[in-house]
Ligand binder design. Sequence first.
Ligand code: ATP
Length: 884
Amino acid sequence: MLSSDALEPYVKGLEVWVPHAEEGWQLATIQSRELTEAHITLETRAVTGDERTNPRMHMHAVPASPRFLGQDAQNTELPPLRNPKVLDGADDLTSLSYLHEPAVLNNVRIRYAAHNIYTYSGIVLIAMNPFQRVQLYAPELMTAYSGKRRGELEPHLFAIAEEAFRDMIQEQRDETIVVSGESGAGKTVSAKYIMRYFATVATQSGGKSLVADASKRDDRGTEIEEKIMATNPILESFGNAKTTRNDNSSRFGKYIQIHFDKQSYIVGATIRTYLLERSRLIYQPNTERNYHIFYQLCAGAPPSERAQLCLDECTKFAYLNQGNCSEIQGVNDFEEFAETQKALSTIGMSVQRQWDIFRVLASLLHLGNVAIAAQSRTNASIAEDEEAFVTATRLLGVDAAMLAKWITNKQIITRSDKIITKLTPAQAVSVRDSVAKFIYASLFDWLVTNVNATLCNEESASQSHSFIGVLDIYGFEHFKRNSFEQFCINYANEKLQQEFNQHVFKLEQEEYIREQIDWQFIEFTDNQPCIALIEGKLGVLALLDEESRMPSGTDENFVNKLYQQLDTPANKKYFKKPRFGQSAFTICHYAHDVTYEAEGFLDKNRDNVPDEIMEVLEASTFDFLLEVQKHRQAVSVAINYGAAIMNEAKEVASPQTKGRGNAGVSKKPTLGSVFKGSLIELMTTINSTEVHYIRCIKPNEAKVAWKFEPQMTLSQLRACGVLETIHISSRGYPTRRTLAEFISRYYMLVPSSKRPESPRDYCAAILDHALKSPDKYQIGLTKVFFRAGQIALLEKARTDKLVHAVTMIKKNFLARIYRRKYLALRHATITVQVKYRRILRLREKERIRREAAATTIQRHWRGYNQRQCYRAALCSIIYMQTGK
Ligand SMILES: Nc1ncnc2c1ncn2[C@@H]1O[C@H](COP(=O)(O)OP(=O)(O)OP(=O)(O)O)[C@@H](O)[C@H]1O
């Protein structure tokens, strides 16, 4: 049933959001509203756009289940309300009055259009990729953010870095900055700037930040910072590749811990890496490349080393030419090779050791060129004198005959016998490739361990007092075809999302307690059932491991096991068996339902090379290769030990799983279990730190500067949990203002005679006047908390008040002006009148005077005439009488 409160704002002329196919959401105004006992009808019209593409929208809501009908879709809710215009482009989404999907999208869009790439969403920083160099990372800006609290300046990743740095000093605890987002969203760039910030900014005791002054740092300090920065080009060369989505895509996850001493100077760093994409070594889709280092080596090796390693154009190597892409626009592999070498030297790696590494890389390229022929129709064979094979085995320092034998044959050990069978050419190619993948993955791990050894020796480890970790991890992935890699990535994201949700809740609760407001905490939907479905005792990973350890295990058996174990009513919210086909399974993740193709799961999970080939490699005459393998074995032992402990714990917990399919079971750690172990370890670390979040968003697929694709942005906002967080917090008090901010904006809502002294009472007085429902807000010690929508009401009240005030001022002002004008006019009129009258009077006087004069003249004239006549008559008489 719709409450009258909910309906109240929906009046004619109000702006609301309606769904739109391309724009995500579109602005519309309510044209009419009709309320009957049976239902409510709202009719809206799009504010912009042409009538054909955006026809009128008719909305209905029945009392029992409010709904509005779109052009062709039915919605069960009233349309979301638009925020007051004054909030457009707010730099923190939590300051919006209505917090919903369209509001978030609109705000981010407005900011991006104004070239503001960063926006806060509560504790999260949303970073939109500009796909263009922006002037936001200069040292002067680092100085500006140094020592400043978040919110004092525009949103920025330096503000997040500074916050972590300050918290570390003040709270004496470890910090983590989680940078996530989809491929090409800007994680690596952001992580690099954060590291640069830490490398540039140092502290003085007392927690006062300042940009590092070279004179204040000893050489060791500066050297460590240089080394830390040098890890970027190294890891990028060996772990990044060109993909369709990103020219410099990191094909692994990493967690870099920067260690600080008691004075908050950097003393070292350690790097943990996750799930390097191994398949890229042997296969690249069209327009994609293998790892950068191979192309750099082919372009940059000097002639003597080139000859020694038999290097050629990169297009000549099967492992490098499948994507038909040997160059990246704007990247010079020759120069990049020099950069990589320089970085390796910076971390203290000798030139000899560098060439050992390059030798291994060259051997892999030649191994990829080894032709596997069909000896008979089904049996594979390798020509031992083939150039590529000779070079590969020479560089690897291994027995060519033995390697050829174990690439083309397989040995099965039974209780009483050892049976050798021939492999098909396809199987042999797969073994050859598994050797290459194994060596490259081992080399990568060795490299990371060595980088760590130089970045954090025993001395720096002993000085380390606290650390800030930067996690640059792949975001949620959902492609047309999803495989084991996407499964692992999405599993990692489920774990991070859970941590994030709990964190947001924890923070909310903490703030409410700190501010001493009354609240009843709301439950939120935890994604734990989905995580349990993946990593639980009989979850996807356990069943995958069980099947992987069977000598005769297949992807089909694995997927059937999933159907049997997991396709149950209890799991129906999280696991689905697709309607068609028997080779896929769907997991309903927090961000999206993803259907995974089971094909290849077992191979990828097993990720092992036959024992016989391991023996061949272990007998190598190339010392460096042996060192790499020893390192690998040490890591495996550690993982096995961890796995054994985990298994033991599991078996104690669940006796019914004991003995499940143990016959002929391989004891090697599977990739899934390794990943699970490293993820658990990562989560333990992260949970012991204070976490800060940066969510990178890729605003368009084509990587075009400043282009905003709403649907693409929306799906990422959903996937990175921003909308989920907003949903969570909107059930509490999502909007808040400090008492001072609140008073300075809304003081006019209470008459000046009724303004109390204390800020809290002042706020209470304002709220009492402006908001009808006291349950819609709470006044804390330093902040006022609002339920969704209240700021819009306050804004409206403020606008009404101001409009009223403006009208009054205008009225009085105009009255004054017109009165003045009137008085001036009156005065002028009177003056004119007086003068005119005077003139008239003068004229009258003059006339009278003239008339009098005329009369006189007339009289005189008449007199004169009469006299003249008299005189003439007299003369005539005299004349007549006298004759004179
Ligand atoms: N802040 C930024 N300023 C300018 N350009 C950026 C910024 N962030 C990202 N870019 C551009 O986007 C590209 C992709 O960024 P980046 O490599 O950091 O993505 P990613 O999220 O790490 O991707 P992947 O997961 O594939 O490694 C960069 O090469 C750069 O061109």
